[in-house]
Design a protein around this ligand. Sequence first.
Ligand SMILES: NC(=O)c1ccc[n+]([C@@H]2O[C@H](COP(=O)([O-])OP(=O)(O)OC[C@H]3O[C@@H](n4cnc5c(N)ncnc54)[C@H](O)[C@@H]3O)[C@@H](O)[C@H]2O)c1
Ligand SMILES: O=c1ccn([C@@H]2O[C@H](COP(=O)(O)OP(=O)(O)O[C@H]3O[C@H](CO)[C@H](O)[C@H](O)[C@H]3O)[C@@H](O)[C@H]2O)c(=O)[nH]1
Length: 319
Amino acid sequence: MKLLVTGGAGYVGSVCAARLSEAGHEVVVVDDLSTGHADAVPDGCRFIEADLAEAADGLLTEGFDGVLHFAAKSLVGESMEHPAKYWQGNVVTTLRLLEAMREHRVSRLVFSSTAAVYGQPEAIPIPESAPTRPTNTYGATKLAMDHAITSYATAHGMAATSLRYFNVAGAYGPYGERHVVETHLIPIVLQVALGQREQVQIFGDDWPTQDGTCVRDYIHVADLAEAHLRALDRAQPGQHRIYNLGNGTGFTVKQVIDTCREVTGHPIPARVASPREGDPASLVASSEYAQRQLEWQPQRAELDTIVQHAWAFARARIA
Ligand SMILES: NC(=O)c1ccc[n+]([C@@H]2O[C@H](COP(=O)([O-])OP(=O)(O)OC[C@H]3O[C@@H](n4cnc5c(N)ncnc54)[C@H](O)[C@@H]3O)[C@@H](O)[C@H]2O)c1
Ligand SMILES: O=c1ccn([C@@H]2O[C@H](COP(=O)(O)OP(=O)(O)O[C@H]3O[C@H](CO)[C@H](O)[C@H](O)[C@H]3O)[C@@H](O)[C@H]2O)c(=O)[nH]1
């Protein structure tokens, strides 16, 4: 297929573009480099540097079989301080993309949604049928985009899939996480091991969890990419399918830091800091629906494998 990958110079988008290209698809990446890197666009993918909001209509005139839509603003704290940046940058941009897809008859869409649409969960693990009550603007914009996609699938026959990622981590060869403003736990902890930070802050140790620190479900970025390939193949016209993607196993912040200590051999100093506003205590996915419908099974579910790959990527970057 000829595919447009929005945000393909970013972390998840670059890994997925690489996998799509390896699978034989023709990949065109559009990215405005607001948080991405031109050298992260995989070899063999055509790169167009542009703001999707401005470029979507013109781009789709050349004809595509599908779109994988990763481009977004995704910093939770920033979304609370600057909501317009998120409603404009995420929702308005996506509406323009959807309109351009309708106009130019591009019907296949895979969209990066998030566990943040659920907010504080009532029960763990979280199925797709759980109530959606986002606790931050980022999650609210992702939920709004999910709703818009449902409308387009119903009204215009789009074959759409939203993948609600839990905590994405790890790397795929030369493609990995290198956000300039890094907020994610594993890369931050590895920066301590690299000597780029003095210590890691643990955001609260009084949560109702096994060791008092927050529990998250870490999913390897290459397993996530595999789910995108399957979602693309299995999409049905007129349907918008929504899948949670995680491993179904939770790890506490302290367990993650301990795993990073084992993998890196570095003591990684840590200190307890105040809880981060809006953080749920525990987020663990039920991915049974994705496993059944997409015949998808994570292949790199072990936390130490995920950390080893992130560590190899981080070390290669400074070598
Ligand atoms: N990383 C995670 O843990 C995680 C979890 C859940 C959901 N997601 C979602 O997955 C997607 C990718 O996340 P990521 O971690 O790779 O983020 P990222 O910031 O590394 O990648 C996003 C890319 O989109 C580009 N972009 C942003 N706005 C654009 C625009 N208007 N036009 C063109 N390009 C634009 C950025 O330059 C960047 O390269 C996002 O939609 C994010 O919300 C990520
Ligand atoms: O320096 C840090 C960074 C994080 N944490 C903790 O580590 C856990 C993981 O935090 P991340 O920032 O790595 O990830 P989040 O769970 O906050 O967010 C991720 O999951 C969300 C779903 O709720 C969204 O999808 C979001 O895009 C994605 O990054 C949280 O408990 C957080 O409080 C720390 O203790 N110290």
